[in-house]
Design a protein around this ligand. Sequence first.
Ligand code: CU
Length: 181
Amino acid sequence: MNRSSEPLGAVLTSLSLLLLIIPWSLGGAYTAEEGAGDAHAGHGGPSEMSAGQFMAITILFEENNWDADAGIVVAPDPGWMVMGGERMSMNPVYLAAYQWGYSPAEIQLEAGVEYQFRMMTMDVYHGASVSTDSGSQMVRLIPGVVIEQRLTFDEPGEYTLYCSYYCGEQHNGMSGKIVVV
Ligand SMILES: [Cu+2]
């Protein structure tokens, strides 16, 4: 996001929180905490990150957590800490969306562990949604905004991450995989 668009960014961030908190708090096979969608708009907040910066961090995240034996990116221990009265994960999960896929394309999580997801679209509007036996959870990714979401999958299994916001000709094939062990 360039500097002149910061006020717009703040508005989009507030809007994204409203859009996110409701669908992600509906429960299901995993739980999302209300108010966990901290897409900060203030100085130094992650929403000031450019798509290029976010992608660079995501590539580092993938390289640092690639398990060659398992052939998949394995999310690290989330390392929850309390700082300034706020619970924060020292090792968030980075997920970039683009036309037409996700990076990492597959990620392994541990059942029952709460993870802090940090997500951003690299181009146009996308969704990052997951269906489970007990329903769908949807997130909308807005250009220029880092979306934070806490997720806990209770049941082991393979979950398809899919785009729930029409994003062009290959939208229907845009998917990723979350493997919960
Ligand atoms: Cu998409």
